[in-house]
Design a protein around this ligand. Structure first.
Ligand SMILES: Cc1ncc(COP(=O)(O)O)c(C=O)c1O
Length: 444
């Protein structure tokens, strides 16, 4: 495939499926984030098949995919490596609810790749693994409060679904933000246990830590804030988090659900050279199968190992998912693979910068090659924290994203999220993506 092409033909079949879905699925969807998954469309697109970096919807439109299952299909859709490995598992049993060999090999593989991982536990989703890490931190310290950063996302469960995306009227003062539950149904006691802090502000961090001296079990962050349009950590900020947590006996948790095994074999902790006490993984870990993990320093994981701190799960590390993850991590352990992902993404980032510069459109392209976002900030400056993004031109992003969709490029509908690149993207697909970017900017 070369150059620009029109992919978004009719989408009537998606519309019909969505109408039908609303009769049986609450809201017609299986996850709140899917409702907006096609930007200006009043209905989501229904995807039918995928191969490599391509996906095809039920109307037969084909797209080059930069949602790539929210980063999970890191080796591409229907990766032959994974398909081949799973074919065997399908005929020998997908889960037994017992200990199994692939889970041991997978934990060993994670220990080899992730610097902070002395001990590992598996779960099925990022939200669950975050819950596991928070439980481990609370069990280890005997304290209950957690510091999280405004705008960072750590899953949908009550534990940390606080101030993910607070509205301006409810968010409170900049340097002492309110803890805003993300949804009705989250009990006040849970909200009280979460202290919210602005990201990338050393003074605000110290103030929050001082104010809650002796109460804090953990500080958790997304080291690259995938859910805030890939806001990067300021120079030295992750080191500061490390220093402050060490000095105060607080467990530092990196939520590497998006960065893990994607920004390099050792994830963000490898990229920035800062070791958390605990880290959480999912998405790229499973290569498209549902598996997650939390892992960390022996001392912090020891209460779990001894059985004093509890963690369970019927489906944890089934042979099916553990095998998919093992095959995926063995591929990603080769630094050439993550380097290639990074370089591919950087080409697209550069194409956006060039198109924006040529047309005098203020925008920033931030993140790393493997995960990045285009943000229409008023002055084109990179965001440092959530509140910078609130001022970005979301409507313009929606138009940009829709123009890309028309040209056969599929990306996350939500401007605060990001593009994910897969190892399967080809030179032709990159060229077509760059041409689509040019076309989209012309249409803006
Ligand atoms: C950084 C981060 N943490 C946790 C989660 C929750 O993962 P899951 O959706 O698998 O529960 C997500 C999901 O997008 C995420 O981006």
């Amino acid at each position: 495939m070369n150059g620009e092409f029109q992919a978004l033909g009719g989408t009537d079949r998606s519309r019909v499926w969505f109408e039908r879905a609303q009769e049986s699925l609450a809201g017609g969807i299986s996850s709140s984030s899917r409702l907006t998954s096609t930007g200006p469309h009043p209905y989501p697109l229904y995807m039918q098949s995928g191969s490599g970096t391509r996906i095809r919807d039920v109307d037969g439109n084909e797209y080059i995919d930069y949602l790539i299952s929210y980063g999970s299909a890191v080796l591409g859709h229907a990766s032959p490596l994974i398909t081949q490995a799973l074919t065997g598992v399908l005929s020998t049993g997908t889960m037994f609810g017992t200990c199994n060999v692939p889970e041991v090999e997978l934990a060993e593989q994670i220990r080899q790749m992730v610097p902070c991982a002395d001990l590992v536990r598996f779960a099925n989703s990022g939200s669950e693994a975050v819950q596991g890490a928070v439980r481990a931190a609370r069990g280890y310290t005997g304290r209950s409060r957690i510091v999280k950063f405004e705008g960072h996302y750590h899953g949908w469960s009550d534990t940390l679904a606080i101030s993910n995306r607070p509205g301006e009227s409810e968010a409170g003062p900049y340097d002492a933000p309110h803890s805003v539950p993300h949804s009705p149904g989250i009990p006040a006691g849970v909200v009280d246990d979460v202290v919210v802090c602005p990201w990338n502000d050393p003074a605000a961090l110290r103030t929050v830590l001082d104010a809650h001296r002796g109460e804090l079990a953990a500080v958790i962050c997304e080291p690259i804030v995938a859910n805030n349009a890939c806001t990067m950590p300021g120079p030295g900020y992750l080191d500061l988090l490390r220093e402050e947590c060490t000095g105060r006996g607080i467990v530092l948790i990196f939520d590497e659900v998006c960065t893990g095994f994607r920004t390099g074999p050792a994830g963000a902790q490898g990229l920035f050279g800062v070791l958390p006490d605990l880290a959480v993984f999912s998405k790229a870990l499973g290569g498209g199968l549902p598996i997650a993990a939390f892992a960390g320093r022996r001392e912090v994981m020891e209460p779990l190992a001894e059985g004093r701190v509890k963690h369970g799960g019927t489906y944890n590390a089934s042979p099916l998912c553990a095998t998919a993850a093992l095959v995926t991590l063995r591929a990603l352990a080769d630094p050439a693979v993550t380097k290639r992902i990074d370089e591919a993404g950087r080409r697209v980032m550069e194409a956006v910068r060039r198109a924006a510069r040529d047309r005098g459109v203020p925008c920033t392209v931030q993140g790393v090659g493997a995960m990045f976002q285009v943000v229409f900030t008023p002055d084109g400056a990179p965001s440092r924290r959530y509140r910078d993004l609130v001022r970005a031109d979301q409507a313009r992003y929606d138009v940009f994203r829709h123009e890309l969709l028309k040209r056969g490029v599929h990306s996350n509908a939500y401007g605060m999220a990001c593009w994910f690149v897969s190892a399967s993207v080809t030179e032709d697909e990159l060229a077509a993506t760059c041409a689509a970017v040019e076309g989209a900017f012309t249409a803006l």
